[in-house]
Design a protein around this ligand. Structure first.
Ligand code: SF4
Length: 111
């Protein structure tokens, strides 16, 4: 015969553990910044024409690319001013070089 108090304790424990797990998941979801540097060999980065150096972008393949377009002037770059590398929200928070570029470049809006 099962003790109803034990069932209640088990239920309360499950609720507490589930809440803790959800909090941990939310903490990771809210902070997409990673320490991983995006490389030009990454398959998705390649498909987006990503280059670590904007001056090396293929001008025939990407005719809308302009010389002044760099990750540091992109809306999706959140590196500290002057930092060599910073997170890019388009690539899940992976770090991109401030001199980089991809075809998802968006002009940074004035603050
Ligand atoms: S989205 Fe912007 S910051 Fe990210 S790689 Fe492309 S140009 Fe750089």
């Amino acid at each position: 015969m099962s003790n109803p108090l034990n069932s209640r304790r088990v239920f309360m424990l499950r609720v507490a553990c589930g809440g803790a797990a959800l909090s941990a998941t939310h903490a990771f979801a809210a902070d997409p910044v990673s320490n991983e540097k995006l490389t030009e060999n990454d398959a998705y980065a390649k498909s987006m024409g990503f280059r670590l150096d904007s001056s090396k972008v293929d001008k025939v393949k990407y005719p809308r690319h302009a010389a002044d377009q760099k990750c540091s002037s992109c809306q999706l770059f959140s590196g500290a001013p002057g930092a060599e590398w910073g997170p890019c929200s388009f690539f899940g928070g992976r770090l991109v070089n401030k001199e980089g570029w991809c075809r998802n470049f968006k002009v940074k809006k004035a603050a």
